[in-house]
Design a protein around this ligand. Structure first.
Ligand SMILES: Cc1cc2nc3c(=O)[nH]c(=O)nc-3n(C[C@H](O)[C@H](O)[C@H](O)COP(=O)(O)OP(=O)(O)OC[C@H]3O[C@@H](n4cnc5c(N)ncnc54)[C@H](O)[C@@H]3O)c2cc1C
Ligand SMILES: Cc1cc2nc3c(=O)[nH]c(=O)nc-3n(C[C@H](O)[C@H](O)[C@H](O)COP(=O)(O)O)c2cc1C
Length: 756
């Protein structure tokens, strides 16, 4: 602001002395530096001179060191950065008042503008908490911010150490150089490890000595140092994620960590603070009034902050839950670490370090096929195109056409629509095609247009479809069996979804008399005889599915239908042995699974689709419950969990976003140790490859993308230049043209030329 108008009188009030600071180095990106340069080239140049650059990330884990390149960071000492900014401010005529504690805003009443940038524990924010309405989330791990003279100047380094004391014995360090002689060394661990190791009872000196012993192998005899001696106690902290509903009040505006924090594992808090300062100064000069400036500032910066906080949350959670990944192979562990924020995808990693990524793809293919690839030039295929096996079902690739109701059946019989629809998708290259929810009885249908498997005509029609898929394609086909329960007797999908029929409604049943919504029928509470009948209907449908030739069976235990309604406490209010605890609510779904499994050939797999969250907080199914559900299903021998979420309550408040349900799949796969399918807003090849490579799922389901493009997989193969995807023979000329066009598009993108 002083640069923009030397007439401003600006005073910076700071409790510390000029050379005091907590913490060691910070990392900044080239992008932040460019923003700084545009705002003040003088301080930007000085900061750039203070930078230490590095390109690699090294991960020390289970006796291995994985190193990848192209990540491009720069670090600077926090002290150095502050001193550059202080000197520059002073040179421009800003008054700096050090060693001045702000207790309240009374002494500053006469100021035109108060910028409250007093950090994550901002007093200004807490004094005016009723207007700023902060939301502070105390995160789970413990960390201590240390420094060392050990050199980490060739890579940003993560070191994971197992201390061998009980299950929570892992502790890790984030280490990076920020000046020639000093590196930051942040030590982090779970609360239970922290207690196991006795850190809760140690002084700061004791804790540092213990960290030196744990990381001795990486410190080359150098000490760990603290500059947080002013902190009382041990200097271990929990990170506070700060959000505020409002950033301004009268002439006071929040900035930096006071307004919003981003976890240190994405190294962006300083970036956010600096860029917010630049934006605020800009708007205070370009907008006609201060309220207008505050509005612009908040509109503009809140979006940036939320985007970063979302990435930071993913990254924070990755470290909080890292113990679930300690079973992963070092290659996959490192990949999972690098992609933890979901900001970096498979193709980003290829751009950064092609050789490393090809090595990772080779590893993935070798473990998928059990065959070593020949040495020499890379021949690994994209992870999406690696095979997968469940029992004796061999899938050519990892793409699944997710079940999608078509509402085109007549009295439960699939029609030519289903033949053409499913056959097209099987021709389109996916490894597995799953039918829509196919109902085990007429009253178990969702709508009058739903398919069934309860009459000989159904079996014959399904057999025709399955036979076509097997004769003409190398896709596998699964049938999803379901019973609508409380969500039955409703209109077709493109009419009023989930609403009762205008006429011809049939009686509903469910675990308890809980209606889907106030306008839906109240289902009859099922008796034990009803349960026996439903079980036999499933067995009959299973036998028909076997005779029709399906390769896999998927049981639909999700989305509020009958079995899902048993699992969720929102819809199961029973007082008998089928209600109450999760174990009891799972009793009927598990009994049903057992009878179906007994009727289905041992060589063929069974998948179960679940809703991993009711999206209503602790009143409903939570992701932690989903882990227990998957554990129970695994114990019964279920082969794979298809991890969906929601559609179980009209009160659900889902948090949508790219790949928004994949974290549930990740958690189940890596905590339970069972194969999973991820689904939900996965639209790009890049997503599919990242999910598979990071071990977040074994198969990836795409629903809506397959409605828009039945040939999604073949098109993806052409774009990736992967030539082993099987095209139907009559379409080979189309294939050749597509590959030529894709290759040309690639060349013109590389050369930047437009071809006519
Ligand atoms: C372990 C760790 C590692 C980090 N690493 C990085 C990184 O690599 N890259 C990155 O970009 N960010 C990093 N950050 C985040 C970064 O440190 C903060 O986001 C950044 O410092 C925010 O700047 P700020 O000016 O808003 O707050 P602060 O830097 O906290 O500054 C607030 C200032 O206000 C002063 N103050 C507070 N209260 C009063 C009072 N009542 N009276 C007078 N003065 C007061 C304080 O003394 C302090 O100087 C890290 C954070 C942590 C915890
Ligand atoms: C038209 C349509 C019909 C669907 N029908 C079913 C179904 O029968 N069974 C099921 O489990 N999920 C069904 N779903 C949910 C999808 O399988 C999938 O989980 C969801 O659409 C999210 O994936 P997407 O983002 O790739 O579309 C349906 C989705 C759509 C769009």
């Amino acid at each position: 602001m002083k640069l923009r108008d030397p007439g401003h009188e600006i005073v910076v009030v700071e409790r510390n002395r000029p050379y005091d600071t907590f913490g060691w180095g910070v990392v900044l990106s080239d992008e932040t530096l460019a923003n700084l340069k545009a705002a003040d080239p003088v301080s930007a140049a000085e900061i750039a001179r203070g930078f230490v650059y590095w390109d690699d990330i090294a991960t020390h884990y289970r006796g291995t060191v994985a190193r990848s390149s192209g990540h491009g960071f720069c670090g600077i000492g926090r002290k150095r950065l502050l001193n550059i900014l202080q000197d520059r401010a002073r040179a421009l005529g800003v008054e700096l008042q050090f060693e001045t504690e702000i207790e309240g805003l009374e002494p500053y009443k006469g100021c035109d503008l108060i910028v409250a940038c007093d950090g994550a524990n901002s007093k200004v924010r807490s004094t005016l908490a009723h207007v700023f309405r902060p939301d502070i989330d105390v995160r789970r791990t413990k960390y201590i911010w240390l420094g060392t003279h050990q050199k980490f100047d060739d890579a940003f380094t993560f070191i994971f150490e197992e201390t061998g004391k009980g299950p929570g014995g892992w502790i890790w360090a984030h280490a990076y150089q920020f000046e020639p002689e000093t590196a930051t060394f942040i030590v982090e661990c779970s609360e239970s490890t922290w207690r196991n190791l006795g850190f809760d009872r140690m002084s700061q000196e004791g804790a540092i000595a213990a960290c030196e012993r744990i990381f001795a192998g990486n410190l080359g005899g150098n000490r760990l140092m603290t500059n947080a001696r002013h902190l009382r106690g041990s200097a271990w902290l929990n990170f506070n994620r700060v959000l505020c509903e409002s950033w301004s009040h009268e002439n006071i505006v929040l900035m930096g960590d006071a307004a919003a924090t981003a976890h240190f594992s994405v190294g962006s808090g300083t970036k956010l603070a600096l860029e917010s300062a630049i934006a605020l100064a800009e708007y205070l000069h370009t907008e006609p009034t201060m309220p207008a400036a505050f509005r612009r500032y908040e509109e503009d910066r809140r979006t940036q902050v939320l985007r970063l906080q979302s990435a930071a949350r993913n990254s924070t959670e990755w470290f909080e839950d890292v113990e679930r990944y300690f079973g992963l192979d070092p290659v996959q562990f490192n990949y999972s670490l690098l992609t933890r924020s979901q900001r970096i995808s498979h193709e980003n990693l290829r751009q950064r370090d092609k050789a490393w990524l090809e090595g990772a793809e080779t590893w993935f293919e070798e473990q998928a096929t059990g065959h070593k690839l020949p040495p020499g030039p890379n021949t690994a295929r994209p992870p999406m195109f690696t095979p997968f096996r469940l029992r004796e079902m061999h899938l050519k690739n990892r793409v699944v056409v997710s079940p999608m109701a078509q509402y085109k059946a007549v009295d439960g019989t699939p029609t030519d629509w289903h033949l053409v629809h499913l056959a097209e998708r099987a021709k389109g290259g996916a490894g597995l095609v799953v039918t829509e929810m196919t109902c085990v009885s007429p009253e178990g249908r969702i709508t009058p247009g739903c398919t069934g498997l309860y009459a000989p005509a159904h079996e014959a029609a399904w057999k025709r479809i399955v036979d076509f898929v097997h004769a003409e394609t190398d896709a596998r086909i699964a049938i999803q069996l379901g019973h609508s329960g409380p969500k039955g007797s409703t209109q077709l999908g493109w009419e009023e979804m989930d609403a009762p029929l205008d006429e011809g409604n049939w009686e509903l049943m469910g675990p308890s008399p809980v209606a889907w919504s106030p306008s839906n029928q109240i289902p009859r509470e099922m008796t034990h005889a009803d349960m026996d009948r439903v079980r036999s209907q499933y067995v009959a449908a299973t036998r028909m599915a076997e005779r029709a030739g399906f390769d896999m069976l998927e049981l639909h235990y999700a989305h509020g239908y009958l079995l899902s309604a048993f699992i969720s406490p929102l819809t199961n209010r029973r007082h008998d042995e089928y209600g109450g605890s999760l174990d009891s609510r799972m009793r009927f779904p598990l009994e049903l699974y057992r009878t179906v499994r007994a009727a289905w050939p041992a060589a063929k797999p069974i998948s179960v689709r679940i809703s991993a969250s009711d999206w209503v907080g602790s009143r409903g199914i939570t992701p932690a419950d989903a882990v227990e559900i998957a554990r129970l299903l695994k114990r019964e021998g279920v082969d794979i969990i298809d991890v969906s979420a929601g559609q179980t309550s009209v009160e659900a408040r889902p948090v949508y976003g790219r790949m928004f349900q994949t974290p549930f799949s990740d958690r189940i796969r890596n905590e339970v140790g069972i194969a999973t399918m991820a689904v939900g807003n996965i639209t790009e090849v890049d997503h599919v490859n990242s999910i598979l490579m990071a071990g977040r799922a074994d198969l990836v389901c795409l629903a809506r993308p397959h409605l828009a493009d039945p040939y999604w997989t073949l098109h993806a193969a052409a774009r990736a230049g992967y030539t082993d995807a099987t095209w139907p023979k009559p379409y080979l000329a189309g294939r050749d043209q597509l590959y030529r066009l894709a290759a040309r598009a690639e060349t013109s993108a590389e050369t930047g030329t437009e071809r006519v």
